[in-house]
Design a protein around this ligand. Structure first.
Ligand code: GLU
Length: 428
């Protein structure tokens, strides 16, 4: 084989703990456990395309600021590119590529007919008024008009974006193409073609996977203590469902810090970050820092806030028996190998929080069929998709020696991706 020159679209990881660095290391590790053509693995190391746009934003005071946006499209062999769109001041091109790779694995683990993408806008959403956010989102939809579409690439909410941004994006895109096109984005409010149960879905899937995990290790949910970092839609919905199913949630936190009660919190009474931003620490007298929450002596730790919170520095101090990743990429590769040496299983994001993209798929189906599903149907179908994916990953985990749970999920995903690449072939 000729020596390859890495394509221009290759974005180098900025440092070894950044998201792309972590994503590539995870792929290399898992690749050792699958029998996949090396040429296919090589293709999967790179994004198919990365789009970079400059968005002129008129601020409310009349000034114009130019803001950078990215859309990384990693792989679409199994279906249209799919993945969130985040607004965050620290977004980078390399981060979007790493996150897009994770979306490819996530859709493949769930066996959804989608590939992987991720977009990001380098902006602090808290610094924007509602009118500015709307102008930014509509202009972004215009800039991305030729690269997104219901059969091409379908954005969704991610950090710093939600249903309202998706509604604006859908409206701007629909006006551009001259027809109502609800399937261009998912995570919309139900009144404009969003699905019931989409908002709760990533947290609900974290709860379902935690329940399956405990069952696998024969640990009763009723005797389980859980700490949840992050009380946004993922953390709060995971904590609420697990509490409802009998677990004891002893700690939750948001960006300002957390609250802890060894006898259990009344999670249902704590407002989520959406309901009352940054209010968690005001709900009880005993507060703890976000760092301390990660090293509490609990059965299950659910990091559901941001990336890279469990690192080589604090992994030796983690006292949970299990980690279930609610956020995307909360555990660095170095931290994961420390946890593995300490026999602390880490259930990966690409499985645990995949309920979000799974209900996005349900939403896309509803939009295409012009037919609404009830909340009950969404929950039942999510339950069935999650337990099916859990069983596929658990089978690999049980069959392979020295596999982590992440390796097992990657093996499932890579086998499906490789089969699709092989069937379609390389053209021309
Ligand atoms: N942003 C979510 C994720 O990281 C959802 C993506 C989607 O629904 O397309 O999984």
């Amino acid at each position: 084989m000729a020596t390859s020159t890495p394509p221009d679209v290759v974005v180098e990881a900025e440092d070894e703990d950044d998201i792309l660095g972590t994503a590539r290391k995870q792929l290399e590790r898992a690749a050792a456990h699958v029998d996949v053509d090396p040429a296919i693995l090589e293709r999967l190391r790179y994004p198919a395309r990365v789009h970079r746009v400059s968005i002129p934003l008129e601020r409310d005071d009349g000034r114009v600021e130019v803001i950078t946006g990215y859309r990384a499209q990693h792989d679409n062999v199994r279906g249209p590119f799919k993945g969130g769109l985040r607004y965050h001041p620290d977004v980078t091109e390399s981060e979007c590529v790493g996150l897009a790779m994770w979306m490819t694995w996530k859709c493949a683990v769930m066996d959804l007919p989608f590939g992987g993408a991720k977009g990001g806008v380098v902006v602090d959403p808290k610094s924007l008024s509602e009118a500015e956010t709307e102008r930014l989102t509509r202009r972004l939809a215009q800039e991305f008009r030729t690269i997104v579409g219901p059969d091409h690439d379908i954005p969704a909410p991610d950090m710093g974006t939600g249903g309202q941004e998706m509604a604006w994006f859908m409206d701007a895109y629909s006006m551009q193409v001259g027809e109502s096109s609800p399937g261009v984005v998912t995570g919309k409010p139900p009144v404009v073609g969003g699905s019931q149960g989409r908002e709760e879905a990533p947290g609900r899937s974290v709860a379902i996977i935690t329940r399956e995990l405990l069952d696998y290790y024969e640990r009763p949910l009723e005797d389980t203590t859980i700490a949840v970092q992050g009380f946004g839609s993922v953390g709060a919905n995971a904590a609420r469902a697990l509490e409802e199913w009998g677990a004891t949630i002893v700690a939750v936190s948001d960006v300002n810090g957390g609250i802890y009660d060894e006898d259990g919190l009344d999670v249902a009474a704590i407002p989520t970050h959406q309901e009352q931003p940054e209010a968690v620490a005001r709900q009880a007298e005993t507060t703890i820092s976000n760092d301390d929450l990660l090293t509490l002596d609990v059965d299950v730790l659910i990091p559901a806030a941001i990336s890279n919170v469990i690192t080589a520095t604090n992994a030796p101090d983690v006292r949970a028996d299990f980690v279930v990743e609610g956020a995307n990429g909360p555990t660095t590769a170095a931290a994961e190998s420390i946890l593995d040496d300490r026999s602390i299983p880490v259930i990966p994001d690409v499985l645990a929080n995949a309920g979000g993209v799974t209900v996005s798929y349900f939403e896309w189906l509803q939009d295409r069929n012009r037919r609404r599903w009830s909340l009950e149907r969404v929950r039942n179908e999510l339950e069935s998709e999650m337990t099916t994916a859990w069983s596929a990953v658990a089978r690999e985990y049980a069959a392979g020696s020295a596999l982590t749970w992440r390796d097992a999920a990657y093996v499932v995903a890579l086998a499906r991706l490789a089969a699709a690449h092989e069937a379609r072939g390389l053209w021309p």
